[in-house]
Design a protein around this ligand. Structure first.
Ligand code: ADP
Length: 406
Protein backbone atom coordinates (compact mmCIF):
# COMPACT_ATOMS: atom_id res chain seq x y z
CA UNK A 1 0.00 0.00 0.00
CA UNK A 2 2.04 2.94 -1.30
CA UNK A 3 1.30 6.46 -0.10
CA UNK A 4 3.13 9.56 -1.29
CA UNK A 5 3.35 12.50 1.12
CA UNK A 6 3.94 15.93 -0.37
CA UNK A 7 4.91 19.16 1.34
CA UNK A 8 4.90 21.80 -1.35
CA UNK A 9 6.57 25.15 -0.61
CA UNK A 10 6.80 28.22 -2.82
CA UNK A 11 10.15 27.15 -4.30
CA UNK A 12 10.52 23.59 -3.01
CA UNK A 13 8.80 20.20 -2.93
CA UNK A 14 9.53 17.77 -0.09
CA UNK A 15 8.23 14.22 -0.52
CA UNK A 16 8.25 10.80 1.09
CA UNK A 17 6.98 7.52 -0.32
CA UNK A 18 5.75 5.03 2.28
CA UNK A 19 4.74 1.41 2.14
CA UNK A 20 1.92 1.66 4.66
CA UNK A 21 1.60 -2.09 5.13
CA UNK A 22 4.64 -1.84 7.43
CA UNK A 23 5.16 1.96 7.54
CA UNK A 24 8.57 1.78 5.87
CA UNK A 25 9.98 4.69 3.89
CA UNK A 26 10.65 3.54 0.32
CA UNK A 27 12.03 6.87 -0.85
CA UNK A 28 12.26 10.49 0.18
CA UNK A 29 13.60 13.69 -1.21
CA UNK A 30 13.70 17.43 -1.51
CA UNK A 31 13.63 19.51 -4.66
CA UNK A 32 14.79 23.06 -3.95
CA UNK A 33 15.25 26.34 -5.77
CA UNK A 34 12.39 25.80 -8.19
CA UNK A 35 12.23 28.77 -10.55
CA UNK A 36 15.90 29.66 -10.11
CA UNK A 37 18.65 29.13 -12.68
CA UNK A 38 19.63 25.82 -11.10
CA UNK A 39 17.33 23.61 -9.02
CA UNK A 40 18.70 20.85 -6.82
CA UNK A 41 17.16 17.48 -6.07
CA UNK A 42 18.33 15.32 -3.17
CA UNK A 43 16.74 11.89 -3.31
CA UNK A 44 17.09 8.76 -1.18
CA UNK A 45 15.82 5.29 -1.98
CA UNK A 46 15.66 2.25 0.27
CA UNK A 47 18.20 -0.24 -1.00
CA UNK A 48 17.74 -4.01 -1.04
CA UNK A 49 20.03 -4.20 2.00
CA UNK A 50 17.70 -1.89 3.94
CA UNK A 51 19.86 1.28 4.03
CA UNK A 52 19.10 4.45 2.09
CA UNK A 53 20.96 5.26 -1.13
CA UNK A 54 21.36 8.94 -1.81
CA UNK A 55 21.62 10.77 -5.10
CA UNK A 56 21.76 14.46 -5.89
CA UNK A 57 20.88 15.99 -9.20
CA UNK A 58 20.73 19.50 -10.59
CA UNK A 59 18.38 20.63 -13.32
CA UNK A 60 16.54 23.72 -14.47
CA UNK A 61 13.04 23.42 -13.08
CA UNK A 62 10.98 26.46 -13.98
CA UNK A 63 7.82 25.51 -12.11
CA UNK A 64 6.19 22.93 -9.83
CA UNK A 65 4.68 21.04 -12.79
CA UNK A 66 8.16 20.15 -14.09
CA UNK A 67 9.29 19.51 -10.53
CA UNK A 68 6.67 16.79 -10.12
CA UNK A 69 7.67 15.25 -13.43
CA UNK A 70 11.30 15.11 -12.30
CA UNK A 71 10.31 13.53 -8.97
CA UNK A 72 8.14 10.97 -10.82
CA UNK A 73 11.09 10.09 -13.07
CA UNK A 74 13.50 9.72 -10.14
CA UNK A 75 11.03 7.53 -8.23
CA UNK A 76 10.70 5.34 -11.33
CA UNK A 77 14.41 5.20 -12.18
CA UNK A 78 15.35 4.36 -8.59
CA UNK A 79 12.84 1.48 -8.60
CA UNK A 80 10.70 2.89 -5.77
CA UNK A 81 7.56 3.20 -7.88
CA UNK A 82 6.90 2.54 -11.57
CA UNK A 83 4.00 4.97 -11.98
CA UNK A 84 1.26 6.71 -10.04
CA UNK A 85 -1.21 3.83 -10.59
CA UNK A 86 0.64 2.04 -7.76
CA UNK A 87 -0.39 4.73 -5.28
CA UNK A 88 -3.14 4.06 -2.74
CA UNK A 89 -3.22 7.78 -2.05
CA UNK A 90 -1.37 11.06 -1.91
CA UNK A 91 -1.31 13.10 1.31
CA UNK A 92 -0.66 16.84 1.12
CA UNK A 93 0.47 18.96 4.02
CA UNK A 94 -1.62 22.12 4.17
CA UNK A 95 -0.62 24.71 6.74
CA UNK A 96 -3.90 26.52 7.36
CA UNK A 97 -7.32 24.90 7.46
CA UNK A 98 -9.00 27.84 9.24
CA UNK A 99 -12.27 26.87 10.91
CA UNK A 100 -13.36 24.99 7.79
CA UNK A 101 -11.28 21.84 8.30
CA UNK A 102 -11.33 19.91 11.56
CA UNK A 103 -9.86 16.73 10.09
CA UNK A 104 -8.00 15.35 7.06
CA UNK A 105 -10.17 15.86 4.00
CA UNK A 106 -10.43 14.16 0.61
CA UNK A 107 -9.56 16.80 -1.98
CA UNK A 108 -12.26 17.94 -4.39
CA UNK A 109 -12.89 21.15 -6.36
CA UNK A 110 -14.89 22.53 -3.41
CA UNK A 111 -12.11 21.70 -0.96
CA UNK A 112 -9.57 23.47 -3.18
CA UNK A 113 -11.72 26.57 -3.39
CA UNK A 114 -12.22 26.61 0.41
CA UNK A 115 -8.45 26.29 0.97
CA UNK A 116 -7.97 29.15 -1.48
CA UNK A 117 -10.35 31.33 0.53
CA UNK A 118 -8.05 30.78 3.52
CA UNK A 119 -4.99 32.18 1.67
CA UNK A 120 -5.11 35.56 3.48
CA UNK A 121 -4.62 33.72 6.81
CA UNK A 122 -1.44 32.00 5.59
CA UNK A 123 -0.23 33.98 2.57
CA UNK A 124 3.27 32.44 2.63
CA UNK A 125 2.17 28.82 2.88
CA UNK A 126 -1.32 27.99 1.63
CA UNK A 127 -0.87 29.20 -1.97
CA UNK A 128 2.29 27.06 -2.26
CA UNK A 129 0.51 24.05 -0.72
CA UNK A 130 -2.34 24.55 -3.22
CA UNK A 131 0.06 24.68 -6.12
CA UNK A 132 1.35 21.24 -5.11
CA UNK A 133 -2.20 19.89 -4.85
CA UNK A 134 -3.22 21.19 -8.27
CA UNK A 135 -0.15 19.86 -10.03
CA UNK A 136 -0.42 16.46 -8.31
CA UNK A 137 -4.11 16.24 -9.29
CA UNK A 138 -3.17 16.92 -12.92
CA UNK A 139 -0.45 14.30 -12.90
CA UNK A 140 -2.32 11.61 -10.98
CA UNK A 141 -6.05 12.34 -11.42
CA UNK A 142 -7.03 8.74 -10.63
CA UNK A 143 -5.30 8.69 -7.22
CA UNK A 144 -7.32 9.78 -4.14
CA UNK A 145 -5.63 12.81 -2.57
CA UNK A 146 -6.05 14.05 0.97
CA UNK A 147 -5.29 17.42 2.58
CA UNK A 148 -3.86 17.15 6.10
CA UNK A 149 -3.94 20.46 7.96
CA UNK A 150 -1.44 21.76 10.57
CA UNK A 151 -4.33 23.52 12.31
CA UNK A 152 -6.87 20.65 12.37
CA UNK A 153 -5.80 19.04 15.67
CA UNK A 154 -6.34 22.37 17.43
CA UNK A 155 -9.91 22.87 16.26
CA UNK A 156 -11.05 21.30 19.55
CA UNK A 157 -9.74 24.36 21.48
CA UNK A 158 -12.71 26.03 23.22
CA UNK A 159 -13.71 29.66 22.56
CA UNK A 160 -12.41 30.94 25.90
CA UNK A 161 -8.92 29.85 24.77
CA UNK A 162 -9.09 30.60 21.04
CA UNK A 163 -10.70 34.05 21.13
CA UNK A 164 -8.60 37.20 21.56
CA UNK A 165 -9.98 39.96 23.76
CA UNK A 166 -10.60 42.34 20.86
CA UNK A 167 -13.95 43.45 19.34
CA UNK A 168 -15.98 40.41 18.34
CA UNK A 169 -16.60 41.79 14.83
CA UNK A 170 -12.92 41.18 14.14
CA UNK A 171 -13.44 37.49 14.82
CA UNK A 172 -16.72 37.30 12.90
CA UNK A 173 -15.64 39.31 9.88
CA UNK A 174 -11.87 38.76 9.69
CA UNK A 175 -11.61 35.36 11.41
CA UNK A 176 -9.07 36.67 13.92
CA UNK A 177 -8.63 33.94 16.55
CA UNK A 178 -6.07 31.41 17.75
CA UNK A 179 -5.69 28.53 15.27
CA UNK A 180 -2.43 26.94 16.39
CA UNK A 181 0.04 25.03 14.19
CA UNK A 182 2.31 21.94 14.30
CA UNK A 183 -0.96 20.03 14.92
CA UNK A 184 0.22 16.97 12.99
CA UNK A 185 3.32 16.72 15.18
CA UNK A 186 1.53 17.33 18.49
CA UNK A 187 -1.09 14.72 17.52
CA UNK A 188 1.52 12.17 16.44
CA UNK A 189 3.67 12.42 19.58
CA UNK A 190 0.57 12.37 21.81
CA UNK A 191 -0.51 9.09 20.17
CA UNK A 192 2.99 7.67 20.55
CA UNK A 193 3.00 8.69 24.22
CA UNK A 194 -0.36 6.93 24.73
CA UNK A 195 1.03 3.73 23.17
CA UNK A 196 4.15 3.97 25.34
CA UNK A 197 2.14 4.59 28.53
CA UNK A 198 -0.32 1.81 27.56
CA UNK A 199 -3.24 4.17 28.16
CA UNK A 200 -6.07 5.16 25.82
CA UNK A 201 -5.32 8.57 24.32
CA UNK A 202 -8.74 9.88 25.40
CA UNK A 203 -7.85 9.27 29.06
CA UNK A 204 -4.63 11.28 28.94
CA UNK A 205 -3.76 14.84 29.90
CA UNK A 206 -0.51 15.82 28.20
CA UNK A 207 1.64 18.86 27.58
CA UNK A 208 3.41 18.36 24.25
CA UNK A 209 6.41 20.55 23.36
CA UNK A 210 7.46 20.76 19.73
CA UNK A 211 10.83 22.53 19.84
CA UNK A 212 12.32 22.81 16.35
CA UNK A 213 13.17 25.92 14.35
CA UNK A 214 9.57 26.85 14.97
CA UNK A 215 8.32 25.95 18.43
CA UNK A 216 4.97 25.47 20.09
CA UNK A 217 3.48 23.88 23.17
CA UNK A 218 0.04 22.30 23.46
CA UNK A 219 -2.23 21.41 26.36
CA UNK A 220 -4.06 18.16 25.64
CA UNK A 221 -7.03 17.17 27.81
CA UNK A 222 -8.47 13.67 27.44
CA UNK A 223 -6.68 13.36 24.09
CA UNK A 224 -7.89 16.67 22.59
CA UNK A 225 -6.02 19.93 22.17
CA UNK A 226 -7.49 22.55 24.54
CA UNK A 227 -4.86 25.27 24.14
CA UNK A 228 -1.69 25.91 22.17
CA UNK A 229 0.93 28.64 22.15
CA UNK A 230 0.92 29.60 18.45
CA UNK A 231 -1.96 31.88 17.59
CA UNK A 232 -3.60 33.25 14.48
CA UNK A 233 -0.14 32.91 12.96
CA UNK A 234 2.96 30.95 14.03
CA UNK A 235 4.50 34.14 15.49
CA UNK A 236 2.88 33.90 18.94
CA UNK A 237 4.07 31.92 21.93
CA UNK A 238 7.50 30.44 22.60
CA UNK A 239 10.82 32.01 21.59
CA UNK A 240 11.84 30.37 18.29
CA UNK A 241 14.88 30.30 16.01
CA UNK A 242 14.07 33.63 14.35
CA UNK A 243 10.56 34.47 15.67
CA UNK A 244 10.02 36.58 18.77
CA UNK A 245 7.04 34.66 20.14
CA UNK A 246 4.99 36.67 22.68
CA UNK A 247 5.71 40.37 22.86
CA UNK A 248 3.70 43.41 23.91
CA UNK A 249 1.74 44.25 20.73
CA UNK A 250 2.30 47.95 21.39
CA UNK A 251 5.99 47.38 20.50
CA UNK A 252 4.86 47.05 16.89
CA UNK A 253 3.37 50.55 16.84
CA UNK A 254 6.28 52.01 18.79
CA UNK A 255 8.75 50.49 16.32
CA UNK A 256 6.83 51.98 13.41
CA UNK A 257 6.81 55.44 15.00
CA UNK A 258 10.38 55.50 16.27
CA UNK A 259 12.26 53.71 13.48
CA UNK A 260 10.10 54.60 10.49
CA UNK A 261 9.97 50.91 9.51
CA UNK A 262 7.03 49.88 7.33
CA UNK A 263 4.47 47.25 8.43
CA UNK A 264 6.20 44.71 6.20
CA UNK A 265 9.61 45.51 7.66
CA UNK A 266 8.35 45.10 11.22
CA UNK A 267 6.65 41.83 10.25
CA UNK A 268 9.91 40.54 8.75
CA UNK A 269 11.88 41.72 11.79
CA UNK A 270 9.66 39.79 14.20
CA UNK A 271 9.53 36.67 12.03
CA UNK A 272 13.03 36.45 10.61
CA UNK A 273 15.45 38.51 12.73
CA UNK A 274 14.13 37.97 16.25
CA UNK A 275 13.94 34.98 18.62
CA UNK A 276 17.26 33.28 19.37
CA UNK A 277 18.85 35.01 16.40
CA UNK A 278 17.81 38.42 17.64
CA UNK A 279 19.10 37.76 21.15
CA UNK A 280 22.49 36.23 20.33
CA UNK A 281 22.99 36.36 16.57
CA UNK A 282 22.54 32.63 15.93
CA UNK A 283 19.40 30.55 15.49
CA UNK A 284 20.88 27.05 15.48
CA UNK A 285 20.60 25.66 19.01
CA UNK A 286 23.72 23.48 18.65
CA UNK A 287 25.83 26.53 17.88
CA UNK A 288 24.21 28.55 20.69
CA UNK A 289 24.89 25.78 23.23
CA UNK A 290 28.53 25.56 22.15
CA UNK A 291 28.93 29.32 22.44
CA UNK A 292 27.26 29.38 25.86
CA UNK A 293 29.58 26.59 27.00
CA UNK A 294 32.53 28.76 25.93
CA UNK A 295 31.22 31.63 28.06
CA UNK A 296 29.44 33.76 25.46
CA UNK A 297 26.99 35.96 27.45
CA UNK A 298 24.40 36.65 24.71
CA UNK A 299 24.24 32.89 23.99
CA UNK A 300 23.74 32.14 27.70
CA UNK A 301 20.98 34.75 27.89
CA UNK A 302 19.30 33.31 24.77
CA UNK A 303 19.18 29.87 26.42
CA UNK A 304 17.91 31.29 29.72
CA UNK A 305 15.17 33.24 27.95
CA UNK A 306 14.26 30.24 25.78
CA UNK A 307 13.89 27.89 28.76
CA UNK A 308 12.14 30.49 30.91
CA UNK A 309 9.43 31.07 28.29
CA UNK A 310 8.83 27.31 27.97
CA UNK A 311 8.65 26.94 31.74
CA UNK A 312 6.05 29.72 32.01
CA UNK A 313 3.88 27.93 29.47
CA UNK A 314 4.28 24.58 31.22
CA UNK A 315 3.08 26.25 34.42
CA UNK A 316 0.16 27.88 32.62
CA UNK A 317 -0.89 24.64 30.92
CA UNK A 318 -0.52 22.75 34.21
CA UNK A 319 -3.10 25.19 35.58
CA UNK A 320 -5.29 24.77 32.47
CA UNK A 321 -5.29 20.97 32.76
CA UNK A 322 -5.41 20.52 36.54
CA UNK A 323 -3.79 17.09 36.17
CA UNK A 324 -0.84 16.34 33.90
CA UNK A 325 0.03 12.72 33.09
CA UNK A 326 3.07 13.47 30.94
CA UNK A 327 5.20 16.15 29.34
CA UNK A 328 6.30 15.15 25.85
CA UNK A 329 9.39 16.73 24.28
CA UNK A 330 9.86 16.58 20.49
CA UNK A 331 11.37 18.49 17.51
CA UNK A 332 15.11 18.85 16.82
CA UNK A 333 15.74 20.65 20.13
CA UNK A 334 13.22 18.73 22.26
CA UNK A 335 14.57 15.40 21.01
CA UNK A 336 18.28 16.17 21.29
CA UNK A 337 19.08 19.02 23.66
CA UNK A 338 19.14 17.53 27.19
CA UNK A 339 20.21 20.85 28.76
CA UNK A 340 17.23 22.66 27.28
CA UNK A 341 14.83 19.97 28.58
CA UNK A 342 16.41 20.28 32.02
CA UNK A 343 16.32 24.10 31.89
CA UNK A 344 12.67 24.16 30.88
CA UNK A 345 11.71 21.87 33.79
CA UNK A 346 13.86 23.53 36.47
CA UNK A 347 12.06 24.32 39.72
CA UNK A 348 8.82 22.72 38.54
CA UNK A 349 8.74 20.22 41.42
CA UNK A 350 5.73 22.22 42.63
CA UNK A 351 3.84 20.74 39.65
CA UNK A 352 5.25 17.25 40.21
CA UNK A 353 7.74 17.71 37.35
CA UNK A 354 11.36 16.69 38.01
CA UNK A 355 14.02 15.58 35.53
CA UNK A 356 16.55 12.83 36.33
CA UNK A 357 19.92 14.08 35.06
CA UNK A 358 21.27 10.67 34.08
CA UNK A 359 18.15 9.55 32.25
CA UNK A 360 17.99 12.95 30.56
CA UNK A 361 21.36 12.29 28.92
CA UNK A 362 20.02 9.21 27.11
CA UNK A 363 20.45 9.25 23.34
CA UNK A 364 17.97 7.00 21.56
CA UNK A 365 15.73 6.76 18.52
CA UNK A 366 13.09 5.06 20.66
CA UNK A 367 10.81 6.81 23.15
CA UNK A 368 12.50 7.31 26.51
CA UNK A 369 11.51 8.61 29.95
CA UNK A 370 13.58 11.21 31.79
CA UNK A 371 11.62 11.91 35.00
CA UNK A 372 13.09 11.27 38.45
CA UNK A 373 11.55 8.79 40.88
CA UNK A 374 9.98 11.74 42.75
CA UNK A 375 8.27 13.11 39.68
CA UNK A 376 4.52 12.40 39.60
CA UNK A 377 4.45 13.57 35.98
CA UNK A 378 6.15 11.38 33.36
CA UNK A 379 8.54 13.24 31.08
CA UNK A 380 8.93 11.60 27.68
CA UNK A 381 11.18 12.25 24.70
CA UNK A 382 9.49 11.20 21.45
CA UNK A 383 10.82 11.58 17.91
CA UNK A 384 8.23 13.29 15.78
CA UNK A 385 7.37 12.03 12.31
CA UNK A 386 4.98 14.40 10.60
CA UNK A 387 5.29 12.67 7.23
CA UNK A 388 4.29 9.29 8.67
CA UNK A 389 1.37 10.93 10.46
CA UNK A 390 0.21 12.54 7.19
CA UNK A 391 0.48 9.14 5.46
CA UNK A 392 -1.47 7.46 8.28
CA UNK A 393 -4.20 10.09 8.21
CA UNK A 394 -4.34 9.86 4.40
CA UNK A 395 -5.00 6.12 4.57
CA UNK A 396 -7.60 6.54 7.34
CA UNK A 397 -9.41 9.28 5.42
CA UNK A 398 -9.53 7.28 2.15
CA UNK A 399 -10.75 4.13 3.95
CA UNK A 400 -13.40 6.11 5.87
CA UNK A 401 -14.70 7.66 2.63
CA UNK A 402 -14.82 4.23 0.98
CA UNK A 403 -16.79 2.82 3.96
CA UNK A 404 -19.19 5.78 3.86
CA UNK A 405 -19.86 5.18 0.16
CA UNK A 406 -20.35 1.39 0.55
P1 ADP B 1 12.38 22.21 11.76
O1 ADP B 1 11.45 22.96 12.66
O2 ADP B 1 12.98 23.07 10.68
O3 ADP B 1 11.87 20.87 11.31
P2 ADP B 1 14.08 20.70 13.56
O4 ADP B 1 12.94 20.06 14.26
O5 ADP B 1 14.98 19.85 12.75
O6 ADP B 1 13.64 21.95 12.70
O7 ADP B 1 14.94 21.45 14.69
C1 ADP B 1 16.04 22.25 14.36
C2 ADP B 1 16.69 22.72 15.64
O8 ADP B 1 17.11 21.55 16.39
C3 ADP B 1 17.92 23.57 15.41
O9 ADP B 1 17.94 24.66 16.32
C4 ADP B 1 19.06 22.60 15.76
O10 ADP B 1 20.19 23.26 16.24
C5 ADP B 1 18.41 21.79 16.87
N1 ADP B 1 19.14 20.54 17.12
C6 ADP B 1 19.27 19.46 16.30
N2 ADP B 1 20.09 18.53 16.87
C7 ADP B 1 20.50 19.04 18.05
C8 ADP B 1 21.35 18.60 19.10
N3 ADP B 1 21.97 17.41 19.04
N4 ADP B 1 21.52 19.40 20.18
C9 ADP B 1 20.92 20.60 20.25
N5 ADP B 1 20.10 21.09 19.30
C10 ADP B 1 19.89 20.33 18.21
Amino acid sequence: MKVLVINSGSSSIKYQLFDMTDQTVLASGLLEQIGEAESRLTHQTRSLRGGMEKITQTATIAAHQQGFQLIGNVLRDSGAMQDTSELFGIGHRVVHGGEAFRRPTLISKDVISTIRQLNPLAPLHNPANLLGIEVALKQAPQVPQVAVFDTAFHQSIPAHAFRYAIPKELYERYHIRRYGFHGTSHHYVAKQAAIHLKRPMDSLNLITLHLGNGASITAIENGSSVDTSMGMTPLEGLIMGTRSGDIDPAIVFYLGRETGKSREEVEALLNKASGLKGICGANDMREIMQRAEAGDEPAKLAIDMYCYRIKKYIGAYGAVLGRVDALVFTGGIGENAADIRAGACRKLALLGIEVDQTKNNTVSNEIFEIQSNNSSVKILVVRTNEELEIATQTVECILAMARARA
